[in-house]
Design a protein around this ligand. Structure first.
Ligand code: SF4
Ligand code: MG
Length: 328
């Protein structure tokens, strides 16, 4: 059961030097209650895709084609890109919430944490009594690991980890079906990062929401995601279960990413990384955009763009997939 279906979505940034194709023809499903990891180097289109889905794009970015359909738990499909202003406001809190990397930007610096949650509840659930709001706020803070006694704390009085937890509590306030997290823990130290990630998993078990979790750190994603989608140059190049991508990635770029980060568990491996830099998206390389950096590239790779097709498990967009698969 999908909660969100993205179809052939494209986003351009219009700059002086021509259009940057930040997201190109992306089709991706989010299943109800799953944690979907979205990985790729910076500039691969992850954040742009997430912001397009949440309708948070601002000029000069614009959706040029495609559709996003949200399936309510107890209702019909919703055309997300067609929502008007009023409907969008409700959608963004009640159905889909976003947690950004910098909690400081999401939090109001002159308002106590508890008051900010209370505000969200007051505006969006007018029938809730003051007492109910106080109870709900205390519960939310407790669930994300902030003692209810901290509800009077201001953002600057909290540690980075606590601020991020507060941002998560606010996102959870109206029980959304989807939470998009864009590098929510990147600025935190590794221990706090992992703590929060495991709590997100636990909260997911309890509330049943689906998560789109964005990071450039694939090894971190492997720990907490059910499924992973890898983006390169604005396109999805591989999808699969975290397990499969970890053990047997099919796309050379996924393989490169895996070797770019030290694993959290297991033996140390040489960090091969990926040579070169991501392409200029004003004029991406012809054929497979990864070909200038791919150690498996063949002649055909600069001529023919591989389609995202079903692979052993999940999908992959690589000409090698046709017959041989990636030799590791
Ligand atoms: Fe490498 Fe060719 Fe596959 Fe692209 S299509 S990832 S260049 S082998
Ligand atoms: Mg980003």
């Amino acid at each position: 059961m999908n909660v969100l279906e993205i179809r052939e979505l494209s986003v351009d940034y219009h700059s002086g030097g021509g259009a940057v194709h930040a997201v190109a023809d992306v089709s991706l499903d989010l299943r109800r209650g799953e944690i979907l990891g979205l990985a790729g180097e910076s500039g691969s289109g992850k954040s742009t895709l997430a912001n397009a889905v949440a309708r948070l794009l601002r000029p000069p970015a614009a959706i040029t084609s495609g559709s996003v359909v949200y399936h309510r738990r107890d209702g019909g499909p919703v055309d997300v890109l067609g929502l008007d202003r009023g409907a969008l406001r409700a959608f963004r809190w009640k159905e889909l919430a976003v947690v950004f990397q910098s909690a400081m930007n999401a939090l109001n610096p002159v308002s106590a944490i508890g008051a900010q949650i209370d505000d969200v509840l007051r505006v969006h659930v007018p029938r809730m009594s003051r007492k109910e709001r106080v109870e709900r706020t205390a519960e939310l803070l407790r669930r994300v690991g902030i003692g209810a006694d901290r509800r009077r704390g201001y953002p600057h009085e909290l540690s980075g980890g606590m601020r991020q937890r507060a941002a998560i509590a606010i996102a959870l306030a109206l029980n959304p079906e989807i939470i998009i997290m864009d590098e929510p823990t990147t600025a935190l130290d590794v221990v706090v990062q992992r703590e929060i990630l495991h709590e997100i998993r636990a909260l997911r078990e309890e509330y049943g929401f689906a998560v789109v979790f964005i990071t450039h750190d694939l090894s971190l994603l492997m720990e907490i995601s059910d499924r992973i989608a890898i983006m390169y140059a604005g396109r999805v190049v591989e999808t699969g279960s975290a397990k499969t991508l970890h053990k047997a990635p099919s796309h050379p770029y996924t393989l490169g990413l895996l070797r770019s980060f030290p694993r959290l568990h297991g033996p140390r491996e040489e960090l091969l990384g990926i040579p070169g830099t991501p392409p200029d998206l004003r004029s991406p390389p012809p054929g497979c955009a990864f070909h200038p950096r791919c150690r498996f590239a063949m002649d055909a790779c600069s001529e023919r763009r591989p389609e995202l097709v079903p692979g052993a498990e999940g999908q992959v967009a690589c000409l090698l997939n046709d017959d041989t698969g990636v030799r590791q």
